[in-house]
Design a binder for this molecule. Sequence first.
Ligand SMILES: C[S@@+](CC[C@H](N)C(=O)[O-])C[C@H]1O[C@@H](n2cnc3c(N)ncnc32)[C@H](O)[C@@H]1O
Length: 252
Amino acid sequence: MLAPLCPGTVTLVSGGPGDPGLMTVAGRAAVEQADVLLVDHLAPAGALAWARIDAEVVDVAKLPRGASTSQERINALLVEHARAGRRVVRLKGGDGFVFGRGMEEVLACAEAGVPTRVLPGVSSAVAVPALAGIPVTHRGVVHGFSVISGHVPPGHPTCTLDYAALARAGTSLVVLMGVANLRAVTDELIRHGLSADTPAAVIARGGHPDQEVRVADLAGIASAAVGIAPPAVTVIGEVARYAVPTLLQEVH
Ligand SMILES: C[S@@+](CC[C@H](N)C(=O)[O-])C[C@H]1O[C@@H](n2cnc3c(N)ncnc32)[C@H](O)[C@@H]1O
């Protein structure tokens, strides 16, 4: 079980995909003990009901195209609050070490001499497909999965992904942060030989009451996903056949 939070420390709590019921028991215990909570926009807002009535809640949302708090500012706030002797909880969505910049915060605290604890959580990369009925692996069907960021499109100078390798890897492919670049991603995979018939699904707001699922083949999924707003996860591969659509769009 989780040892009690100590004053002057930071605990990185990975809050899962949005429903507080998907947080870990340790994560909940940390939220209950916190003096101050620094909260991301994809963190489970419902979990704040567990915080002490006198706890300070700081919104440090980093919205992709909206109001945002810089990573440097967040790092500085973590250190500031811990140095003031508070039990600091950094509440994030999913798992803080999966496209969550969690390690940057751990390193900033370490550099400042602030003791830090990391509590892992349920990443949307696995949980959101599951919430739509999709297993990322399935015995006899696929023996692995690759998780990638679609934040920058293929060919972008900062893109480090090898799409040719992904296209022939034989794994399920899970794309996070890929809504805006979905067509570029699917076109690139097809260009590198992944069959245009490969099943695909986009799941938006997984675990929230308005969860939405769109399914199509690889060639059609970008059109099927028109109108979908982030956050969303795309799954490409045979396992996407198991999607349970709440809104099935026919693609012609
Ligand atoms: C900056 S990444 C953070 C991922 C997070 N650390 C994790 O492990 O789930 C944000 C992306 O996660 C995905 N995501 C997070 N929560 C989601 C949800 N409830 N439904 C669908 N996608 C989600 C989306 O692809 C979103 O753009």
